[in-house]
Structures are given as C-alpha cells and as structure tokens.
Ligand binder design. Sequence first.
Ligand code: SF4
Ligand code: SF4
Length: 134
Amino acid sequence: MRTTISIKKVHSDFVRQIEEISGENLLSCNQCGKCSAGCPVAAQMDLLPSQVIRMAQLGMEEVLESRTIWICASCLTCVTRCPKGVDLPRLMEALRQVSLRAGVSELNLDQLDPELVRELPQLAIVGGFRKYMK
Ligand code: SF4
Ligand code: SF4
C-alpha cells in the first residue's frame, strides 16, 4: 500500500472526529507497543492495536478497512498496560462509529444462519447488533 504522509492529514477532519468521539488525544501514544504485546486477540487481527493508533495519528483513513477495529473485544487489557493512559478501546469504538456512520455494517441480519440465531444467547445477539450495525 502506498500512502502519503502530510501535516494536513495529521490535522484532518478525520483525526478531529476520532478525537472528538473518543475523547482521547491520539498524539498521547508514543508507540511503545505494550498494548499490542498484551492484546489477547492480536493473533486474529490484521493490524496490531498500536498500528491502528499509529495510522489514526497520521490521519490514514485506510485504517477503517482494518478488521482489527471490529475484532477488538474492549477487554481493557491494553488500557491497564499503557504507560501513557491511552484508552484504546474508546479509539476502536470511535473508528467503528465513523465506519458505521459511513454506511458500513459488519453484520447483516439476512445472512445470519437461523440455526445459529436459535442457539446464540439473546444478550450476544443484541450486543452484536449494537457493535456491528448502524
Ligand atoms: S501501550 Fe499506549 S503508548 Fe504504548 S503503543 Fe499502545 S496506546 Fe501507544
Ligand atoms: S481492548 Fe481491544 S485492543 Fe485492547 S487488549 Fe482488549 S482486544 Fe486488544
């Protein structure tokens, strides 16, 4: 992937929107990598949590195409490890919100297997709708 880094992108509306929704300062992160080292689902991610925040810092909207923002389980492990007090789950949620507002839904009701719907706990289904649908 070829991308251009510019100060304009670092101060873009995209960055401002992510910071507004999450309440976090993206530049607080110093890329130490402790979040990625401790994330229990990192092996399932296409970008490590620290890479997600790096792309967001640089205003790279391509980060919205990453599966990581949907896989993050908001378990807070990274929050307890971060020496800079960055709340990564809030950032992941902000990125999901921006995606959902742009019309991207990770869950399509029509494609759910009726057998699966019968077996899943209702709480899991409702939680999934809240996380993955607009
Ligand atoms: S642990 Fe905190 S400071 Fe370190 S890379 Fe992750 S978010 Fe950034
Ligand atoms: S909150 Fe998300 S990014 Fe942080 S450790 Fe848990 S799954 Fe990984």
